[in-house]
Ligand binder design. Structure first.
Ligand code: 5AD
Ligand code: SF4
Length: 433
């Protein structure tokens, strides 16, 4: 009988892909099979995120619950970004944890499994050319890493301390993964990296000069690739060449993530983001002018240390001007080993909450106005998910989630869909072709 693996994934798409890598390694090398039932598992993994404080504190309460519910001889491993930054402390605080495996050490999963109390968290470990075994949770969409780590030094961000320096994965390996995914039936390729449009800055070995724009061109030429998405690009690296390729290449989905963080040039400087309010607005304007159908999403942090009312108004200003189709917004959360951890001029909790609420309600109001205009529009939708009540869901090229009545026959298929009813996160429609 095969051994059972229960794995919980927190955080970003990089973590989702790391989880797939661990499943692949464990199933091929150790004979594990994934289960959704914690009480039946022989191995329990939590793939953690440390970008904000909340998920970190949640980890220890969750570990306690897992420890109570697990089979007596089942092992618990803590992986991912919190594993990288807390390391040994996790075993000190939760001695029943069998091993700790960092976000940059995923390839060692079958090794640590056999070493009791192992802590593998070296952030200089180079996994950029590791040949992971194959496993993909979706048949229709393939996540493919194009780089590891992050070379930026945003003062709020813990990621460079959990995922290390940035190394690009050779394009021959990426293209190989693309071909394999297409052969296995995926029509959509989702490229992942902390800073994708910095691709090509540094490789582990000798490599010809290739930037992200050129990588996109090469991937789009692989037969069978119908759609390309990516996350996350950095506004600082959004040069004209990149924006123009984005607009002109029909394989590239017209949805761009532009993490603003703050609309105030003063705060952006404190954050060490490398661009100003004007640069950001200029890039967004250029993008909308060469690609009118684009939808733009963003990340915003409110109440960064020193953020005044005026600074916050600048952020609202950018929101009004760019009219982001999607907003991910957070209260600033001080993180260990970051520069901003030591900044004074902390914004009090009440002001932080007020700002977050104001930002989110302004966005919701703008979104409702924008969405109302989508009624009756027709979108080409790629179906990927089964929903409850006989609905099948997918995304338009510009990332609008749409559901229609239907069955699994639609999965992996493209259809033109007319929007018949509007919702905030998902629109409802009917297939016209
Ligand atoms: N506090 C709040 N939000 C943060 N993010 C990153 N670090 C922090 C922090 N210390 C947000 C940023 C980033 C997203 C993934 O998480 O907006 O783009
Ligand atoms: Fe992803 Fe950053 Fe969270 Fe790590 S800390 S899982 S890189 S969002």
């Amino acid at each position: 009988m095969s051994k059972k693996l229960f794995i919980e994934t927190l955080g970003c798409a990089m973590n989702t892909r790391d989880t797939e890598h661990m499943i692949a390694e464990l199933s091929e090398k150790e004979g594990y099979e994934v289960t959704g039932d914690l009480t039946d598992a022989d191995l329990i993994l939590i793939n953690t995120c440390s970008v904000r404080e909340k998920p970190v504190s949640k980890l220890f309460s969750e570990l306690g619950i897992f420890n109570k519910k697990k089979k007596p001889d089942a092992k618990i491993g803590v992986c991912g970004c919190t594993a990288s930054h807390l390391g040994e402390e996790i075993i000190k605080r939760a001695p029943y944890v069998s091993f700790v495996l960092g976000a940059r050490n995923v390839s060692k999963i079958s090794e640590v499994l056999h070493k009791d109390k192992a802590v593998e968290i070296d952030i200089n470990y180079d996994e950029s050319e590791f040949a992971f075994k194959d496993f993909r949770s979706s048949k229709y969409k393939a996540y493919i890493n194009i780089s590891i780590g992050c070379d930026k030094s945003c003062t709020f961000c813990i990621v460079p301390k959990t995922r290390g320096d940035e190394i690009s994965i050779p394009d021959s390996l990426i293209l190989n993964e693309v071909r394999k995914s297409v052969d296995a039936g995926a029509k959509e390729i989702f490229l992942l990296g902390q800073n994708v449009n910095n691709y090509g800055r540094r490789f582990s070995g000798e490599h010809e000069k290739v930037n992200f724009t050129e990588l996109l061109r090469r991937i789009s030429k692989v037969g069978g690739v119908e759609r390309i998405r990516f996350t996350s690009p950095h506004p600082f690296h959004m040069d004209d060449e990149f924006i123009e390729e984005f607009a002109a290449n029909p394989k590239i989905c017209k949805s761009m993530h532009m993490p603003l963080q703050s609309g105030s040039t003063k705060v952006l400087k404190e954050m060490k983001r490398g661009y100003s309010k004007e640069w950001f607005l200029n890039r967004a304007k250029k993008l909308r002018s060469v690609c009118p159908e684009v939808s733009i999403s963003t990340d915003i942090i409110v109440a960064f240390p020193g953020e005044s009312d005026e600074d916050f108004e600048d952020t609202l200003d950018v929101l009004k001007e760019v009219k982001f189709e999607q907003l991910f917004s957070f209260k600033y959360s001080p993180r260990p080993q970051t520069e901003a951890e030591h900044f004074s001029d902390i914004v009090d909790e009440e002001t932080a909450s007020e700002r977050l609420t104001r930002l989110q309600s302004l966005h919701t109001q703008m979104l409702d106005e924008g969405n109302a205009k989508l009624l009756g529009n027709v979108y080409r939708v790629y179906f990927e998910d089964l929903f409850q009540d006989n609905f099948v869901a997918g995304r338009s090229d510009n990332n609008i989630m749409v559901k229609v009545k239907g069955s699994d026959e639609l999965l992996g298929e493209f259809r033109d869909v007319k929007i018949t009813s509007i919702g905030r996160t998902v629109l409802t429609g009917e297939v016209v072709v």
